[in-house]
Design a protein around this ligand. Structure first.
Ligand code: SF4
Length: 420
């Protein structure tokens, strides 16, 4: 809904499209042009805690602690662009709003029949803040705030990047939850499927996972120590043609598949993308066959929360960091540790997941390169995972008002505490 402030023309343009989202930001981050705040009936307002954002029905902020005059109040706070929205939204007579301690509005346009004190924000909004937010929303740049976080305090940046990396792991875990239920909590099979998926990368991940659900972990155990046979089974499962030089093992693999009804993908089912030749898919399946016998080793390291020192020998291959290991760590090992943290309610699994990402070099992909253009360069996979999440879940969807880095750039005083 658009709002026009005819009685305050200087605000008419700037706030024409104001949304409650912006007022939420101002209240949550407590970023005001001046203090003290006063209610419309002249009482001084001191905010000890603005409350936490309520994402469900009911008042906007819960458990706030606000001193109004001489009395410290604890309870919900409701925000509106106009005071009359209290009536428009049907809060009068709604018992959920009976305990509201403060009604924060941009404009007290009319008297509202309610005993709740009103704080009018009109005179407390920082000059140009709303305009900046609007520019960020409308600019076509990938990273509308312009990136370059040199002016953002290190503590804010580090905390936010950690939080982004954790959110990314949480997101992945939530995607795994459904499959775990289908598997009746069989974590080894879940791990095995995600291990397969990692070898399919973005383009063929689904198909690799599909093969893992047909040729299960228990199936694979029967031939895990017969490398050539395992390779032949996997190649046939992925729909590849016979390798003439290995006709005998190929035939044996075919017979085994038929006897056990392991149903393969149709020939040429794997996507090739625009550039990569099809043989790259074959190489990936062969790589999978080579790494699969180590799956129990990986599982033990993860499940037993192996010390980072134990992982270190896996980090490097012939003196160089091992890119396949880095890929598996980011996409399978760290998420599984996070999944176990949720499943076992053991925080140390989550800590190990984050620790595991720290020695892995920064990922080089489209999104990290984009951040580089904006002078944002991370050092390790924990940061690149954070940057990927920040870009995909915040910058692209223009959720700058929910971003701690955006809040830092918008705030007036560099010593203000930012509560996001
Ligand atoms: S979400 Fe944050 S980092 Fe991304 S453009 Fe907005 S303010 Fe900048």
């Amino acid at each position: 809904m658009a709002y026009v402030f005819l009685d305050f023309p200087e605000f008419a343009v700037e706030f024409r499209l104001m949304k409650e989202e912006f007022l939420h930001f101002v209240w949550r981050t407590q970023s005001f042009a001046q203090l003290p705040l006063t209610t419309t009936d002249g009482k001084v307002v001191k905010v000890e805690y603005p409350g936490f954002l309520n994402r469900h029905a009911g008042p906007d902020f819960i458990d706030a602690r606000v001193q109004i005059g001489d009395v410290l109040w604890c309870g919900p706070v409701e925000l509106h662009v106009k005071a009359s929205d209290w009536l428009l939204h049907g809060h009068s007579g709604d018992p959920r709003y009976d305990t509201v301690i403060l009604h924060v509005v941009y404009d007290k346009d009319q008297l509202v029949p309610s005993n709740v004190p009103i704080l009018e924000l009109k005179n407390y909004i920082i000059d140009g803040q709303w305009n900046t937010v609007q520019q960020w929303k409308n600019v076509r740049d990938h990273i509308p705030c312009g990136g370059n976080f040199a002016e953002v305090r290190t503590v804010v940046r580090t905390n936010w990047m950690n939080r982004m990396a954790v959110e990314r792991l949480e997101k992945r875990v939530s995607e795994w939850r459904g499959r775990s239920l289908e598997l009746n909590g069989d974590l080894l099979q879940l791990f095995y499927e995600k291990f397969f998926r990692a070898f399919g990368f973005g383009l063929n991940g689904e198909l690799f996972e599909q093969v893992a659900s047909r040729f299960t972990f228990r199936n694979s155990l029967r031939i895990l120590d017969e490398q050539e046979l395992l390779k032949a089974v996997l190649l046939q499962m992925f729909g590849f043609e016979s390798a003439r030089s290995k006709a005998a093992v190929w035939k044996r693999a075919g017979a085994l598949m038929e006897a056990n009804q392991w149903i393969s993908l149709p020939p040429q089912a794997l996507n090739t993308g625009k550039i990569r030749p099809r043989r790259n898919n074959k190489i990936r399946v062969e790589q999978l066959a080579e790494e699969l016998p180590r799956i129990s080793h990986w599982w033990n390291l993860i499940f037993n929360k192996a010390e980072i020192a134990e992982w270190k020998s896996e980090f490097y291959s012939k003196g160089k960091s091992n890119p396949l290991f880095a890929h598996l760590t980011v996409n399978v090992f760290a998420p599984l540790l996070f999944f176990l943290h949720e499943r076992k309610m053991d925080e140390s699994y989550a800590e190990r997941a984050l620790e595991l990402l720290e020695p892995i070099p920064l990922e080089d992909n489209r999104i990290t390169r984009l951040w580089k253009i904006h002078d944002v360069v991370g050092t390790n996979a924990l940061e690149s995972q954070g940057l990927i999440h920040l870009y995909g879940m915040y910058c692209e969807t223009r959720k700058c008002l929910s971003c701690a880095l955006g809040a830092e750039k918008l705030k007036k005083n560099e010593h203000d505490e930012i509560l996001i």
